[in-house]
Design a protein around this ligand. Structure first.
Ligand SMILES: Cc1cc2nc3c(=O)[nH]c(=O)nc-3n(C[C@H](O)[C@H](O)[C@H](O)COP(=O)(O)O)c2cc1C
Length: 335
């Protein structure tokens, strides 16, 4: 990688992290407000079994720290903290896009160190066909990953200064990749959501599951809009920001399309109640990205650990208060 490209990538990654903290890039259309969980004032359920699965991998609690960063010095320390937390709590972690490591394998170490089973690598669809799949697999393996998340981001690419204007993917190309890739593959969006027809098309592939990354959480349209040199008008930004699916809709659509495969709910999960609601709507696992970085930014590694510990504890309490003893019962509690 030329020094200039490395500097550009480093600057962009830093900007993404910084801008993700701005309240203007946070959406409010997740659609969880209208969901009301049952509440058993007797608390007859004394303990809950919070185990779940991501493909073949078991988790003690159905939480994943969503894909964020890699490729910078800052990322190395942050990813190591995330790996350690995820390993200790037997939850999942998806690393940020592996693009930097594909360009320059000396940047592999910026994806952090520390082993865990539920560790996933991440790649954008625009890079998927640029590199041989053996190189992608080898890079994922060297990160210690046991699966790959492929992110779809058509709106982000359009708004991003450096974005791919030819964005688009043929299902058959994706099928060929997934069929030959030596690890389980998951597909995700990055803030506009998976749902409806797209979920049914993805279900035709041999994927282990899909992550919604719906509208309502961090908006990559708004975030890239802030970085853009030639501004898009406020009315058209507002229009773009309404394209896609809110979280509640995505969960239902993905569950209907994917059957028994893993559904990961993300995009606007901000607290313990959101986690339990998303599970009750049918998700197997719930992912959170921006709030984890915000806690790390505001209060360091120990503050981030406290935030996640508390969120998991209170989610367990809320889960127990529904009277559901396990994830199967929780998914049935809104029926
Ligand atoms: C700072 C930051 C960087 C991100 N980088 C990536 C990435 O490299 N790859 C990816 O698939 N998603 C990336 N995302 C998207 C998240 O994984 C997630 O899908 C999205 O932000 C919605 O979750 P949230 O509302 O909890 O933030 C990033 C999110 C944030 C906040």
């Amino acid at each position: 990688m030329s020094e200039e490209t490395r500097v550009q990538i480093e600057a962009r990654k830093r900007e993404h992290l910084d801008l993700s903290l701005r309240p203007e890039v946070q959406g409010n259309g997740a659609g969880l407000e209208g969901i009301h969980l049952p509440y058993d004032a007797l608390f007859e359920c004394k303990a809950v079994d919070t185990r779940s699965r991501m493909g073949k991998i078991g988790l003690s609690f159905p939480l994943m720290i969503g894909a964020m960063t890699g490729g910078t010095c800052f990322a190395a320390a942050f990813n190591t903290v995330l790996r350690r937390y995820a390993a200790e709590h037997d939850i999942a972690l998806c690393l940020g896009s592996m693009r930097a490591a594909l360009l320059d394998d000396s940047l592999l170490e910026t994806y952090g160190s520390g082993d865990l089973e539920a560790l996933f690598a991440n790649i954008g669809i625009s890079e998927l066909f640029v590199y041989p799949s053996e190189k992608i697999a080898e890079t994922a393996r060297r990160m210690g990953a046991s699966g790959l998340f492929i992110h779809l981001n058509g709106l982000q690419e359009y708004v991003q200064n450096e974005g791919n204007r030819d964005y688009g993917c043929a299902l058959d190309d994706l099928r060929r990749f997934v069929d030959s890739f030596p690890m389980p593959c998951f597909i995700k969006e990055v803030g506009s959501g998976l749902g409806g027809r797209c979920a049914c098309r993805l279900a035709l592939l041999n994927i282990a599951g899909a992550e919604s990354a719906s509208r309502g959480g961090t908006s990559w349209v708004k975030l890239e809009g802030m970085r853009r040199k030639k501004a898009i008008s406020a009315v058209n930004m507002a229009a773009l920001d309404q394209v896609g699916y809110g979280l509640a809709q995505s969960i239902r659509d993905l569950r209907a399309a994917l059957g028994a495969r893993t559904v990961i709910a993300s995009g606007g999960i901000r607290n313990s109640l959101d986690i339990v609601k998303a599970l009750a709507l049918g998700a197997d696992v719930v992912a959170m990205a921006q709030p984890v970085y915000a806690a790390y930014h505001d209060s360091g590694a120990s503050g981030m650990r406290d935030f996640l510990d508390e969120t998991i504890d209170i989610a367990k309490l809320i889960w127990r208060s529904t009277g559901a003893a396990d994830i199967g019962q929780l998914k049935a509690c809104l029926a």
